[in-house]
Design a protein around this ligand. Sequence first.
Ligand SMILES: CC(C)(COP(=O)(O)OP(=O)(O)OC[C@H]1O[C@@H](n2cnc3c(N)ncnc32)[C@H](O)[C@@H]1OP(=O)(O)O)[C@@H](O)C(=O)NCCC(=O)NCCS
Length: 181
Amino acid sequence: MRLLENADADELYRLIDANRAHLARWMPFVGQTRSAADSLAFIGSARRQLAENRGMQMAIVGGERIIGVAGFHRIDWARRSTSIGYWLAEDQQGAGTMTLAVTALVDHAFAGFRLARVEIRAGVENRRSRAIPERLGFHEEGVVRGAERIGPRVIDHVVYAMTGGEWERVSANRSRDALRA
Ligand SMILES: CC(C)(COP(=O)(O)OP(=O)(O)OC[C@H]1O[C@@H](n2cnc3c(N)ncnc32)[C@H](O)[C@@H]1OP(=O)(O)O)[C@@H](O)C(=O)NCCC(=O)NCCS
């Protein structure tokens, strides 16, 4: 993973455009991304977010090319809480890439930012997205009804969360399992 740069705008736009149908099912930003200028604007807002210590957006890179994006929507410093979002090119699914990327972001949220809580929300019917927090041991806290409008659809979200103490235990178990394997 690496930070997005202005020079990534064309490549990022081409990737979104090539994955429009795949992404638009779950991500409202796709319908508003109509040119490389829109991707450049997104990168600009991500760079401001980082400069103002409100989180970061990372390019996920496979070989030399961008294959997805993952990052923190925002950081609530008063409540020491954040939420994570992500997407991957359709042909890059199924290899555990996003699970690894989200693991790195959660590590950073707790060990780097010293936050108390990380949230992940996913559409109730978004099986692949839900599988990521479930695989990482997040707790399912409930359903937010009418949480998001995606084109003509209004969807419900499942809320998953992890606390710092839980993540320490999950990470310790993962290290122990890796040593045993
Ligand atoms: C959500 C999204 C990123 C999930 O992608 P994904 O490829 O399923 O997730 P991962 O990269 O973590 O890969 C997990 C898959 O790799 C497999 N895998 C292989 N090696 C693995 C490993 N070492 N660790 C974890 N999973 C592994 C898993 O079994 C799983 O495959 P399966 O679903 O066929 O069982 C992707 O579907 C996407 O971008 N969707 C559209 C946008 C979206 O919905 N974003 C989220 C909005 S809330």
